[in-house]
Design a protein around this ligand. Structure first.
Ligand SMILES: [Zn+2]
Ligand SMILES: [Zn+2]
Length: 253
């Protein structure tokens, strides 16, 4: 039996199991016939980040550069963050990260790829480029990985590559240098200061296009710091992919 036939058979069996015993939605707990882990209503209700800064994906109206990107441009060119960090995607990310459910990476990678306009063109364009494009996970400090049970940005980058962007190459070439308090426990000013000397990048990045992969962008301090060390290591360009963007209080809608 060919690989395509085998995949078709697996899909058919999966649909039959769902029909016989509907799954429970991870978000609303209702039984549903969707082949995904969340029901169609919950999926349609995820808050999309549709009008945002071209560079850092901060939600705002109208589309343009935000004040931070105008006054202190980051070392990355663009950010794709298709969801707002609100109920729905926030609950999924919390279950994934804090309840040790690495298998949800597949669903999150699917939601990312469907919600962005990158699609197959991304891997074709970058995959065919003479300059290799790397998916580089923004690293978490190793103690947090041990507490969590897995390295969430690494598994997310792997899911993005294997399921949607086969032309890209995953490389863990940015390192988190020291133990610090978790970012979500710091206030905004402390995050900026803390992120400045947090990362080190491998010189192997030189000459490559880099896409930093993270789950959530909050102040942007973390990816700004990671992008800076990538450029200092010789990366040709840096872009950012993350699942969700946290609006600042002034832009919250
Ligand atoms: Zn639901
Ligand atoms: Zn911006």
């Amino acid at each position: 039996m060919s690989a395509a036939s085998l995949r078709g058979l697996r899909r058919g069996i999966g649909r039959m199991i769902h029909w016989l015993a509907p799954a429970e939605c991870l978000l609303c707990r209702a039984p549903h016939g969707n082949t995904r882990a969340i029901c169609a209503d919950c999926e349609a209700g995820l808050s999309r980040n549709t009008h945002s800064c071209h560079r850092c994906a901060l939600p705002q109206l109208p589309d343009a550069l935000c004040r931070d990107c105008k006054h202190a441009p980051p070392h990355f060119e663009t950010t794709h963050a298709p969801y707002l960090m609100r109920t729905g995607i926030r609950d999924l990310i919390h279950q994934w990260k804090f309840q040790n459910r690495p298998h949800l990476s597949a669903l999150l990678a699917l939601l990312f790829s469907e919600a962005t306009s990158l699609g197959a063109d991304c891997s074709m364009r970058w995959g065919a480029s003479l300059t290799p494009t790397l998916l580089v996970p923004v690293p978490t400090q190793w103690r947090r990985q041990v507490q969590r049970g897995f390295d969430h940005t690494w598994v997310l980058a792997q899911a993005l590559k294997s399921q949607h962007y086969p032309g890209l190459i995953v490389r863990p070439w940015v390192r988190n240098r020291r133990h610090r308090p978790a970012q979500h426990s710091l206030d905004r000013a402390t995050r900026w200061q803390d992120a400045n000397d947090r990362f080190a990048a491998n010189r192997k990045l030189a000459g490559h296009r880099v896409i930093l992969v993270d789950d959530v962008m909050t102040t942007g301090a973390t990816v700004r710091a990671a992008a800076r060390v990538c450029r200092e290591a010789g990366a040709q360009s840096v872009d950012v992919w993350c699942l969700a963007r946290t609006p600042t209080p002034t832009t919250a809608r």
